[in-house]
Write a protein that binds this ligand. Structure first.
Ligand SMILES: CNc1nc2c(CC[C@H]3O[C@@H](OC)[C@H](O)[C@@H]3OC)c3nc(N)[nH]c(=O)c3cc2[nH]1
Ligand SMILES: [Zn+2]
Length: 375
């Protein structure tokens, strides 16, 4: 049986662990490394699908936890699945809800069977098992879906993480069993293990033995330092098969994206670009710009003089500042559009730097211009 997604490694960058690849999915073939805009509740906030298409988005994310609780996976299935529901005909990936249950839901109780928690919308008791998460994702119909895992606090004890990794591996196996549509929905396993190399190895070995079509590296971007994240990636990514895609969950600043690519990551997601856009903070080639600040009241230059996006070609900082301060929704559309374009365009530059074998020079240029502190 043909797997739902197929990864082809096109080229390795000469001086780093970075790789250029192609990810074939039932909704198109896309270049990696890629950044994936997040549309948690079946919409990338303040962005229309045609805008996402224009800025080069290939795969976007939706979230199983949220869509299960509202509007319900049955409604999405009756609509013909997420692609129809959202009017998005390229790639869609859903997370399993593992993260949200541990971050959003109140009072939760983890058992071997699954997680009991209180619904953050109505306070009702809910239960999410590995099988239930897979069933919901089968109903939602994304091209790529995640197993139910526990994303533990990074600084938990060794013993806790050891037990958690073992249970996440058992849950992954149960998820594989429950998966109904492996020929058109690719189920990824999620590697856990916090900052412990031996536990990351155990988790990776468990999941690789189950032969998933792709692997996520979870348990990161949860408050640990960038150095800590890079240290974990240094030893974890090489544990994963070269001919399968690697997805680092929850990472989305320019420096972390490049550092993840250098360590062999192919796919990234993060809510940051659209989240900070809503309070008027923009990602630019000179670092962050809080456009609602008074100093931009009469600044008629674009958000970013190095950006050629629709927003930077047509609107000024003064205008966008005014809209944000007046709570005009069009203002957050413009900041969201630019921030997503900024990251997608950055990844285009990263892919070219891999082709040209000068990713480290590219990183220097980004870090200098963007004002990121060096190590
Ligand atoms: C931000 N840092 C971070 N996010 C993480 C997510 C949620 C992304 C999901 O949560 C929402 O973004 C917060 C998005 O909806 C996204 O998926 C669609 C994770 N999900 C799972 N299942 N396991 C993990 O170990 C994990 C680690 C993360 N680290
Ligand atoms: Zn722009």
């Amino acid at each position: 049986m043909e797997p739902a997604v197929k990864y082809t490694l096109l080229k390795k960058e000469k001086h780093t662990g970075a790789r250029l690849g192609l990810l074939e999915t039932p909704h198109g073939t896309f270049e990696t490394p890629m950044f994936m805009p997040v549309g948690t509740e079946a919409s990338v906030k303040n962005m229309a699908p045609e805008d996402l298409d224009k800025i080069g988005a290939s795969i976007i994310l939706a979230n199983t936890y949220h869509l299960w609780l509202r509007p319900g996976e049955d409604i999405v299935q009756e609509a013909g699945g997420l692609h129809k529901f959202m009017n998005w005909d390229k790639g869609i990936l859903t997370d399993s809800g593992g993260f949200q249950v541990f971050s959003l839901a109140n009072t939760r109780d983890i058992t071997e069977a699954g997680v009991h928690f209180k619904n953050h919308l109505n306070g009702r008791r809910e239960f999410l098992s590995p099988e239930k998460a897979i069933k919901i994702e089968n109903y939602l119909g994304p091209d790529i879906m995640m197993s139910l895992d526990e994303c533990p606090p990074f600084f938990e004890s060794y013993d806790y993480i050891k037990k958690s990794v073992a249970r996440t591996s058992r849950w992954a196996e149960r998820g594989l069993e429950a998966h109904r549509n492996p020929d058109w929905q690719a189920l990824f396993g999620i590697v856990q293990g916090a900052g412990f190399e031996d536990l990351r190895k155990q988790s990776a070995q468990d999941l690789v033995s189950m032969d998933f079509p792709g692997y996520s590296i979870g348990g990161l971007s949860v408050g640990e330092s960038k150095d800590e994240m890079n240290r974990v990636l240094d030893f974890t990514t090489p544990m994963l098969p070269e001919n399968k895609p690697r997805y680092l969950m929850g990472v989305g600043t320019a420096d972390s994206l490049i550092d993840g690519v250098i360590r062999g990551i192919d796919m990234f997601d993060c809510v940051l670009p659209t989240r900070i856009a809503r309070n008027g903070t923009c990602m630019t080639s000179h670092g962050r710009l809080v456009v609602k600040n008074a100093k931009y009241a009469r600044d008629f230059s674009p958000l970013d003089d190095n950006c050629d996006c629709y927003v930077c070609r047509n609107y000024s900082r003064a205008y966008i500042r005014h809209l944000i301060n007046a709570n005009e929704l069009f203002g957050t559309h413009l900041t969201s559009y630019h921030n997503l374009y900024f990251l997608l365009n950055l990844m285009k530059g990263v892919r070219q730097a891999i082709r040209d074998d000068n990713l480290l020079e590219f990183r220097e240029h980004v870090f200098e211009d963007y004002g990121f502190n060096q190590e």
